[in-house]
Design a binder for this molecule. Structure first.
Ligand SMILES: Nc1ncnc2c1ncn2[C@@H]1O[C@H](COP(=O)(O)OP(=O)(O)OP(=O)(O)O)[C@@H](O)[C@H]1O
Ligand SMILES: [Mg+2]
Length: 277
């Protein structure tokens, strides 16, 4: 890792050890009218196993696009995406074995309203042919992990927004993904609930050892959660900076009042302001 100014690291490529890696990724969307939008330009990033990366940047800078490319939901226009050293795309086709390593969580929980919490959580296991008894047991364990014990039989509409997001996280974890990709999962929650969710997510990431890429509009949330914060510049999205957060994880909310924490937040806010948009 090369260290730049004010705690800002220059993007690194750590050969061999990466769980996830992007090499020179561009994304150009082609609209029906023939109009082209370059969403991402020359993105290179290497994420180590168990690392927590936060991705920040202005609206429209390509964060969701980057996450979808990492998940293999969208193909890059050029460049390479590797997971565990394996190319995610082989001759224009997605490597399904590699894709199975991902768990996805979006801004909306997207639970099936007519399924109970445990059936929602266990749905990916059902689709994979896991027997009912094993699904129940796994759902119970996950409910405990995300703090939903006692709500296994509830319907999504009987839960609060934060509880629904916890169910969505449990569902994403059901098949033991090694990588969790999260797109503003707590964006719709109030500040207090969000703080609690951040503490829980942190606990989950430590307990499961999952590698996490987490998109957020909140710089404080990004810094609180991450080992490294990646800041994208506006369209086309390029990596503006990669900032290491030196505080050991798991962290308590008290860390937010530490001068070192506030310095990192301030530096990132300035960078975001300089990017305009
Ligand atoms: N399917 C698509 N077809 C065409 N253009 C798209 C498509 N998806 C995204 N874009 C464009 O790519 C750019 C990046 O979009 P993206 O959704 O990745 O941004 P974002 O950083 O996630 O924004 P936000 O913070 O608002 O969620 C935008 O200009 C958007 O209009
Ligand atoms: Mg987005």
């Amino acid at each position: 890792m090369t260290r730049g100014t004010a705690g800002v690291d220059v993007p690194d490529v750590d050969e061999g050890a990466a769980e996830l890696e992007l090499r020179g990724v561009d994304k150009i969307y082609r609209g029906r009218s023939g109009a082209q939008t370059q969403a991402l330009q020359d993105i290179s990033l290497s994420v180590r196993p168990g690392e927590f990366i936060s991705l920040v940047g202005r609206s429209g800078c390509g964060k969701t696009t980057l996450l979808r490319i990492l998940a293999g939901l969208v193909s890059p226009s050029s460049g390479e995406v590797l997971t565990g050293g394996r190319a995610l795309w082989q001759g224009g086709r997605r490597d399904l074995a590699a894709s199975a390593r991902f768990g996805l969580v979006f801004q909306d929980a997207n639970l099936f309203p007519w399924f109970s919490v445990e059936d929602n959580i266990a749905l990916p296991l059902k689709l994979r042919g896991v027997a009912k008894r094993a699904r129940r047991a796994r759902a119970a364990d996950l409910c405990e992990l995300v703090g939903l014990t006692g709500f296994e039989k509830s319907l999504p509409r009987e839960l609060s927004g934060g509880m629904r997001q916890r169910a969505a996280i449990a569902r994403a974890l059901s098949y033991d993904p090694s990588i969790l990709l999260m797109d503003e999962p707590f964006g719709a929650l109030d500040a207090l609930t969000r703080d609690r969710m951040n503490l829980e997510l942190q606990k989950i990431s430590v307990v499961t050892g999952a590698t996490v890429v987490f998109v957020t509009h909140s710089i404080t949330e990004a810094v609180f959660l991450a080992d490294r914060v990646v800041l994208l510049s506006p369209r086309p999205g390029r990596i503006r900076s990669v900032t290491r957060v030196e505080f050991a994880r798991p962290r308590s909310l008290d860390v937010e009042s530490e001068p070192g924490f506030q310095d990192v937040v301030r530096t990132l806010r300035h960078q975001l302001d300089e990017e305009g948009g």
